[in-house]
Design a protein around this ligand. Structure first.
Ligand SMILES: Nc1nc2c(ncn2[C@@H]2O[C@H](COP(=O)(O)OP(=O)(O)O)[C@@H](O)[C@H]2O)c(=O)[nH]1
Ligand SMILES: [Mg+2]
Length: 273
């Protein structure tokens, strides 16, 4: 039996918690080719997210420090072991890492042990900050580097992140692993037929950087919407509640087809239709 580890990387508000909840729900309902080898340690969080969704509401913000890391210990369709490592802290650790340009030891270990990276980016952030392709010069003298990177467009931070990951792998004498790029909350975007092209359109700099480091089957592009729509945490969406979370959400792969199996990106390349 072989074993693979996927490291999910996404800044705060890219939809990690809701995607984790929906993936948990899909697998639990048997609507995925993957199964759980053991119960996730973060079961309470996942159940909370699913409970909110079942009531037609989004889950509140992940309480700071309460959950740490979501780890899914799965079996894949071939009977092999698959671990999803899903750091989901409220503390914006990824953004911090980029701002400080330093990788903490626990992150270095995650980066070195990954067989695949999964990068989550949300395009609406990029759209909102479209005018700021380059950071505006700071007028305040004492702004720390943390604040300045905050104001960088998301695609610049993600390029920086990928370069840091590359460096960390090189130091450990490792190549870059394969990559999945997920455009999350894609219901907020225009109709997508080609996720790669959509990334290039919304985040040209990030798309071209990725293109220089990952080519051919080493990189896959997806547009994913865990919920299929925006939900509120204070007002139930009756239609969503009636249909149930398992029926909501979709993913579009490179063939442009909209599918319901949100766990598709976890499959090895050769088993994707
Ligand atoms: N439109 C839309 N909003 C979503 C989706 N998934 C999550 N959200 C919203 O995006 C916000 C951040 O989601 P969350 O899962 O907490 O992101 P995290 O900080 O990366 O864990 C919340 O307000 C969610 O309701 C989605 O698929 N579509
Ligand atoms: Mg979260």
């Amino acid at each position: 039996m072989s074993s693979r580890r996927i490291l999910l990387l996404g800044e705060s508000k890219t939809g990690k918690t809701h995607l984790a909840g929906q993936i948990y729900g899909r697998i639990r309902a048997g609507q995925s080719a993957f199964g759980f080898r053991s119960q996730p340690a973060s079961l309470k969080l996942l159940e909370e997210v699913l409970d909110s969704l079942t009531n037609g509401k989004s889950a509140g913000h992940t309480p700071s420090g309460q959950y740490g890391e979501i780890e899914f210990d799965l079996t894949d369709p071939g009977g092999d072991k698959l671990e999803l490592v899903w750091p989901d802290y409220a503390g914006e650790q990824i953004s911090d890492m980029v701002a400080r340009r330093s990788i903490m030891p626990d992150w270095a270990a995650r980066i070195e042990s990954a067989d695949r990276f999964m990068l989550l980016v949300r395009s609406s952030d990029a759209v909102a900050r479209k005018s700021a392709l380059f950071s505006e010069p700071s007028r305040e003298r004492d702004l720390g580097s943390r604040r300045r990177t905050d104001r960088m467009p998301v695609q610049m931070r993600m390029v920086e992140l990928l370069q840091m990951l590359e460096r960390a792998r090189t130091v450990a004498a490792l190549d870059l692993p394969e990559l999945d790029v997920l455009l999350t909350c894609a219901d907020e975007m225009e109709t997508i037929n080609d996720p790669k092209e959509a990334l290039a359109r919304h985040m040209p700099m990030l798309a071209s950087f990725i293109g220089t480091r990952w080519t051919g089957p080493r990189v896959r592009y997806w547009a994913i919407s865990a919920l299929g729509r925006q939900l509120r945490d204070d007002l139930a969406n009756e239609e969503f509640a009636e249909t149930g979370p398992v029926e909501q959400g979709w993913i579009i792969g490179q063939d442009g087809q909209k599918l319901k199996d949100l766990t598709l990106p976890f499959a090895i390349t050769s088993s994707i239709p």
